[in-house]
Design a protein around this ligand. Structure first.
Ligand code: PGA
Length: 263
């Protein structure tokens, strides 16, 4: 990450399907205490608990500066969609972000780029910032397709930019997370060179879509970020923060990752 980039680092915790009220609130309070003890760090912290805890975690973090996000939303604003949650419901519960297109949603629920795009539009419609995940599988990397896959996912998952027109999304309401599927939850990470190559490709491709605003859009790295590799990963050019799964469930580890952001 380049200090001169002007992009505010974002460290996001994705709790996935973990957390009942007691442990979720304890984790949120532990993060709040750390922020209050150190003074507001020069970065943005985001916690994405399961939908059942968004309201309680938002209330526990009110006034702390720590943001809360959902992990998914439906593409529709409401209606007959049993079991789903709309973007405005998340916003109403206190969220300001929503993770979209996570590879576990793409795999477990067959989410396509087109569906992710529709969800991003729904999120923006509810004034939520979309944290859009993209990343190659191991077979795609082995096949030398990584950069092509990232381009396709970016173009297909973000709202369509009309030819010659201005983009219907911006660095204010959209964050990209590069998460190699094979690095998620495995303890394996790409080399720093591979991370740099992917991030610089993503930013270059974003500049085709949104021109100058690509310089302001944050691109996070995700996939087995831990306290012992965070400093190196966060030090890579064009890495503007991290999307953290497993290590975000322990306040000490998540905080250590946040404190690894280059000053
Ligand atoms: P992990 O998950 O940190 O447990 O690899 C990252 C993610 O899925 O966002």
């Amino acid at each position: 990450m380049s200090v001169a980039s002007g992009r505010r680092p974002l460290i996001a915790g994705n709790w996935k399907m973990n957390g009942l009220a007691a442990d979720g609130l304890e984790l949120a309070r532990a993060m709040r205490e750390r922020v209050e003890a150190t003074g507001a760090p020069d970065l943005e912290l985001l916690l994405c608990p399961p939908a059942t805890l968004v309201r309680a975690v938002s209330e526990a973090l009110a006034g702390s500066g720590i943001a809360v996000g959902g992990q998914d939303c439906h593409a529709a604003t409401g209606g007959a969609h049993t079991g789903d949650v709309s973007a405005s419901m998340l916003a109403d519960a206190g969220a300001s972000y929503v993770i979209l297109g996570h590879s576990e949603r793409r795999q477990d629920h067959g989410e396509t780029d087109a569906l992710v795009r529709a969800k991003v539009i729904a999120a923006h419609g509810a004034d939520l910032a979309a944290l859009v995940c993209i990343g190659e599988t191991e077979a795609e990397r082995d096949g030398g397709q990584t950069l092509a896959v990232l381009s396709t996912q970016l173009e297909g998952s973000l709202p369509l930019v009309p030819p010659g027109g201005s983009a219907p999304f911006s660095s204010v309401n959209t964050v990209i997370a590069y998460e190699p599927v094979w690095a998620i939850g495995t303890g394996r990470t790409p080399t720093l060179e591979q991370v740099e190559e992917a991030h610089s490709h993503i930013r270059a491709y974003l500049s085709v879509l949104i021109r100058d605003d690509a310089r302001r859009m944050r691109v996070l790295y995700g996939g087995s970020v831990k306290p012992d590799n965070a400093e190196a990963l966060l030090g890579v050019a064009d890495v503007d923060g991290a999307l953290v799964g497993g290590a975000s469930l322990k306040a000490q580890d998540f905080w250590a990752i946040a404190m690894s952001v280059p000053g």
